[in-house]
Design a protein around this ligand. Structure first.
Ligand code: AP5
Length: 240
């Protein structure tokens, strides 16, 4: 184990696990099914920002809405401040972060934030998915405008076309899933976020998960990889 990684001897109030992967890799889909197994809470910065963007009366809401609609990243300082508030509100000991960090600056800021709340990053799980699969997943994505549940027209359809199974509201395409915006999001992922793969790998914290196949298979692989990791103490885990 290298210096950055969590070990069984350590005791922290917050154990942070990270899901890394390009837009459309299935991070949100996997996270929602993995957190009950991990006995963790799911914290998605995309979901946090979509809620913030609804408040057009505030300058933060307007700024976030404008950046997201163009597929740009929210500035590191703003994002870390939003995340810090959210982390402090969560009571769970284990948290699965989806969408953060997205830059090495954010990764460093996360460590500083965690130092203040006796927290530590355990593992960063990378969902590895080919470009063709990303295109197929993003182009068929539908989301509920009320409860944010995510579907896919072909692979994960709702029981009734266009209607959310969970709350009965209408399903729609995400506004940032238009082709030009997606190209920008993918380019930014490669430029700003992909360097985090080496960053976490060099610290002995990276766990690679094959993200191709059906959802249940991927969740089973992710769960197997996580609970075999030395950083994971909990139900069925290496330290549990
Ligand atoms: P965010 O919401 O985090 O978007 P993203 O990272 O681009 O990821 P996506 O939500 O597009 O995809 P996903 O990997 O979660 O895939 P999903 O599970 O939906 O961020 C949005 C924006 O917010 C950013 O562009 C940026 O502006 C801003 N932002 C967020 N965090 C930020 C940060 N830290 N700093 C700065 N800015 C930030 O799956 C995709 C589709 O595939 C779905 O339809 C799903 O049903 C389907 N699917 C999933 N898995 C499978 C499978 N195995 N088989 C078949 N279909 C599947």
């Amino acid at each position: 184990m290298t210096d950055g990684a969590l070990s069984v001897e350590d005791s922290f109030d917050k154990h942070i696990f990270i899901l890394l992967g390009p837009p459309g890799a299935g991070k949100g889909t996997v996270a929602s099914r993995l957190v009950p197994l991990m006995e963790a809470e799911h914290l998605s910065t995309g979901d946090l920002l979509r809620s913030a963007a609804l408040d057009r009366e505030s300058s933060l809401g307007r700024q976030v809405a404008s950046l997201m609609s163009r597929g740009e990243l929210v500035p590191d300082q703003t994002m870390t401040s939003i995340l810090g508030h959210a982390l402090r509100r969560l009571s769970a000991e284990k948290i699965l972060l989806d969408g953060f960090p997205r830059t090495t600056v954010q990764a460093r800021m996360l460590e500083e934030e965690l130092a203040g709340i006796n927290g530590r990053v355990g593992a960063a799980m990378l969902l590895e998915v080919g470009d063709q699969t990303l295109v197929e997943r993003i182009s068929g994505r539908l989301v509920c405008g009320t409860c944010d549940k995510v579907y896919h027209k072909v692979t994960l359809p709702p029981s009734q076309q266009g209607i959310c199974d969970q709350c009965g509201s209408d399903l729609k395409r995400r506004s940032d899933d238009e082709p030009a915006t997606i190209r920008n999001r993918l380019a930014l992922y490669r430029e700003k976020t992909a360097p985090l793969i080496d960053w976490y790998e060099s610290r002995g914290q990276l766990v690679r998960v094959d993200g191709e196949g059906v959802v249940e298979q991927i969740v089973a692989r992710a769960w197997q990889a996580l609970r075999s990791d030395k950083s994971f103490a909990g139900p069925g885990g290496a330290n549990g």
